[in-house]
Design a binder for this molecule. Sequence first.
Ligand code: MOS
Length: 706
Amino acid sequence: MNQVIGKSVNRKDGRAKVTGEATYGAEHQIQGLVHGYLVTATIAKGSIRTIDTQKAEATPGVIAVFTHKNPPKVFKPTNNWMTSKIYEARLPLSDNTIHYAGQIVGLVVADTFERARDAAQQIQIEYETQPVEVNAQQANYQKAKSMFGEDMEYVAGEFETGDFSAVDTATVEATYTTEVEIHAPMEPHALVAHWENNDSVTIYEPTQWVKGSQRTYAELVGLPPERVRIVSPYIGGGFGCKAFPWPHGILCVTAAKEIKRPLKVVVSRRQMTANTGHRSHTEQTIRLAANKEGKLSAIEHTAKSCTSPVDVFTEPCTGITPVMYTTPNMKLKQELAVLNVGTPTFMRAPGENPGMFALESAMDELAWELNIDPIELRLRNETKEHQRKKLPFSAKHFAECLTTGAEKFGWSDRQMQPRSQQQGDLLVGWGMASATFPALRSSVEAKVRLLDDGTAHVLTAGNDMGTGAYTVIAMTAAETLGLPVENIRVELGDSMLPNGGLAGGSQMTASLTPAVLAACQSVLETAQAQNAQEAFAKLRESGRAAYEATASSAPGEEGKKFAFNSWGAHFCEVTVDEEIARLRITRWVSVMNIGRVLNSKTAASQIRGGVIMGIGQALMEECHLDPTTGYPVVYDLATYHFPAHADIPRIEVSFVGEPDLDFNPMGVRGCGEIGITGVAAAVTNAVYHATGKRIRSLPITPDKLL
Ligand code: MOS
């Protein structure tokens, strides 16, 4: 037996990534490759009156110019969440209407990137402009449906009076806002489309969902899925913005067919600020009522977010509310407004992230109101069951996250008074907040091969978006087969391989490792061997080249018995220099309960990544829109402020709990997203403790502290 699960194992793909050996979508070299440059709208609302492409077409090296007057042929996909989703229902270049600044209005193809870009500048466009609506505060909000079309309102208990002071002793009512954020992955959106004989195409594109992408592009180009191959072995960050095709991808694939040349399209950083998704602005009002012991008697949570004119995406902030704390009276409401912006989408913990900022801030406010320690307040209100599903949570160790975290942080030394802790001229604050994220999994397959050279190969069309999937898959196979991790080769991210599911909703590991486990067990059965060494001996005796097995794993009936969530708690220390309004985060402790931890190194790394992204949201990230043009006034990774090393302290991550075997045979729940939830609230709660100022609108820029 080779016990490796739970140990700290370096990334299988680490070396390839740091040496540049790993090939990303746009790096694929293909004979005869030509380059497309996107032309994007400089107004946010109106229409194109005239578009003159003559000069661009006459520019040396130009092969084609596509606009709404001559769009490449495209078929309308069914655009269903489960099969063929695209991010924006409107197909690119479908008419002359402009819905948001940065909308794609043309594609110039030339022999070099520079010539395509140069020609793109020569296109003359006259617009008919209309007044833009990009201000979330002034938008017209309507009752929202979820992205799956479900009603998002929920009421339990009594809400008739609406007067919370009549309900109980202590009340909190406050409104919290979060700003527009962009995903800003290190690898930009980019792809290469390579057609062969007009009836099959290979698409090299980073995607979080290889098989979904295959089906969607197949529908868009009118081919059966087996004629469309997606190659996506590496993704340089996605965070939710690389799950489905965007307009630039659709345009690249369809234009490549028309010009009969392999075509590359890279979206510039500037363009990416506007047309490849973002996290919507949110405004949330929370009302809490509790008795003097801190038992909650009512929670009301109303959330507003914005979408684009061309698709519907609701940031589902209220999803966490029935999960966190028990109360007899609960009311949830979601509203949505349309702005002249590109379509917002999933971004690390969509809904849970802003939702937990609001709820965990309000809980802190309630704790101060009642003069109860915020950890104690949470412990007194923990719920054993999901209050909408009415199902008990499996393997829940939330209380342990709180108590373990408190101990590691030294919470008992905290002074229960704002502005009570100082370090020289600096105010010091300690804050905490809870974390949660649902545990999801889907039906996937993996293939395992034992080869006569003593190695095992695992193959699946799942992928590693930077989370460590290559490594945990190898570890699962290593442990099941009894081989060292180095003897396992993992191939991911190619639609020719068995269906590996979606790297989204923190579900890749929870979906895939049970299938890898099953495939390994099955290949040993095929070989009639106890472990891989025995199987290799049989291979040599028999003269066979390999044993092979494919197995699938899918959720069963367990979802009828249990609700599945992961849990956590964040603790942080901040210092505030009031004279110059400088806020620094000086200490961080996160304790998580994610079922069984497969790789302690990559799991902790996922939590750290989430915390860093949450600190970015708390301190600096915001994508301002120009109120007149509607175009983002951030340009690149320098003007979109996110954390650098100097902004981040050492982040101490630990895990508690037990394998969640009610959830899946590996006992593992996901950990890609939970790390970011609650982070911003932990920071604002610490800022309150330091300064006595309650910051309810993110990010906490210096002006808000002065
Ligand atoms: Mo995640 S926002 O589901 O990629």
